[in-house]
Design a protein around this ligand. Sequence first.
Ligand code: GTP
Length: 712
Amino acid sequence: MSGADEVNLYARYEARLLSGHSFKPTIIPAVIITGFLGSGKTTLVQHVLRNRGSLRIAVLVNEVGRVDVDSELVNAKQSNAALGLPAADLSGGCICCSRSEDLAAALRRLRAPPAAAAAAGGGGGGAAAAAPCDYLLVETSGAADAGPLAEALIDAGFRLDAVVAVVDAEAGREALQHPVARAQVCCADVVVLNKCDLLAGGPRGCGGGGLGALSDLEDALSDMAPGVRVVRARYGEVPLTTVLDVVPVEAAAAPPTSASGAPEGAANGGGGSGGGEGFMSHESMPSITAASGGGYRLASGPLTADGLAVGSARHTKRRAAPLPPSPAPGSRGGAPPAAPADPHEQHHHHHGHSHGHGRGDGHGHGNGQAHSHAQEPSTLVPDAHAAAHAHAHAHAQLHSGFFTESLVAAGGRPCSLVAFAEFVTRRLVREPALLRSKGVLWFGERRQHRFTFHLSGRRRVELSQEGPWEGPPASSIVFIGTDAAAMAALRQSFEEEVVRAEAAESAPAAGWGEVEVAEAEAEAEAGRGAEAVPAGGEAAAVAVLAERIAGNDKMEVLATGLPAAGAQAMGASGSSRGEGGSSRDDGGSSSGGGGRARLVAFTTRSSPLHGINGEELNAELVRRANAEAGGGPGRLLLAGVTAPGAISAVTGVQARDRVQSLLVVAAASPEDAELQAAALLAAAEPILRRAWGHVHNCKCDVAGGMQALQSR
Ligand SMILES: Nc1nc2c(ncn2[C@@H]2O[C@H](COP(=O)(O)OP(=O)(O)OP(=O)(O)O)[C@@H](O)[C@H]2O)c(=O)[nH]1
């Protein structure tokens, strides 16, 4: 067995060795998903939940900020509720220290089987049928030390299968300058090397020049955590067998073949069917998730209490090693490391501060009262029980230097999308101390839908429209960085420039929903529906941008100068419209304001005949254009929005929702707009060229070929 095979999901083998007596069928296996801020933990958890089949997976999500954005994104509450399990609010601190009591309570609640769940029986089958769930996933905050958490899980009687650390392939080297990021890798059994698509080669794989950088990072990770299994991924898409001790249901039908009676999957470290580790291409994705068609079941039988002790030994051993030095920062540029690489240096700066870990010691997270903890040389302690005090010192050191500011825009008022665009492009992407920002946002320009916002890694920005609000809409946002004052300033700017901007223009959203729709309809009837194209330079800027986008033969302008739901109407008809389109918002455009009209809705042309996926193209365009052009002179912010697909006149069936791009025009003059358009097209060019590249050579494009020949 290779070293890599050995590390993953060792509990399975231990179970085999120790099984046969004292079965404890209610022992719940658990996996910790850790990783630095913004590396893709939530994305991985979402992937696991999407592909869990009938496995009953409970989720606990920890946020350092007071605003529990991740739970919103993962939908942990609904996910647990569906299993009759309690959701825990573990925001506003770190579960490895300040919220450790809350974690322990949450774990206790999860273990006490609710009558309903117990009666429902185990979808995952096997010995866990009597347990309230088949698996527990714990997503740590990006600043968490997974070590104490592993101990807490084991103490609470869970079977810790693996610590999975997610590392951002593009920004990983910078992240690993932070001691906490290195500690996360050091206690991991599996590293998911995520965001491989960002290292050249585009979204379909990790090819091209990025491969060298990727291999270097893999080497650094292996040096840091000898024996760790490194799996490449994009958007957390790994076979579930890589991170959970499960086997595809198809494989379960096959009789065990090994002499020990272990299932086949155990012989290859649980690599599962399909892609396996190190998969490189989008094409392998279907096989990776193929098991979801038939689902998964727990791989191993019930464990003994002894099994837990053996299982925990690996983490204790890993934590016993001194924290390795940080790898040299990559040469690819990007955001500078925001924390000192040398922990001793920190020690000199902060020596003598208190470092207690009782409840309420929030590490400065979320309450605007940020303060740092004592800094100690980064040595993890061999035996946590024998040297608890020294351990606390090391732990404090790992945590220090992160400051969080959170804000919930209460009061029933939406934010302004245009003002947010200005805030992101002028302020946020230029703040060097900022490591991470994320939020769930309510925009006046498109009131019925939630938007999620992310800034992560090398200042990459994503803004996308999600489903409709299920509860009362409200915006919440978190800023995490290395400078308390800078984070507080960002929060204040957001409040003043984004929240209040819209509040000044719009009526309070009392009776949100029906009232506003009714108002919009009444206005439309009264003939006041036409959107005002903004005056002066802004109108010209909108026109310039629309013209430049329309001038690209791979893009199609859907609407300009009107709120987003205009694009929805457009999407339904599938036609292109000129400027000054007059469709109304889906409920929120009645309250005017010049800024509202500074939008251009467009889509990249897709080609079903040639397999070009317009949704993927648009989504990638939103991410790449924002990341590459967001902070430059051509400031721009794209939002990914969905529009209902057209209803077929023949079948009456509505096509799948289409993802479109909504460009927020932050330019105030045609000259600015020229810069913005140039930035957008420069970002779009390689994406479109790659997507359309094969079309020119495609033999089925006979008509196009003939035309080209004739025109010569
Ligand atoms: N390009 C690209 N973006 C990704 C990938 N995985 C995640 N992202 C994006 O990275 C951002 C952060 O992802 P999350 O999953 O929220 O990261 P996280 O580790 O949970 O973040 P924190 O909990 O705040 O530490 C989001 O904008 C994701 O869409 C990937 O493989 N490629």
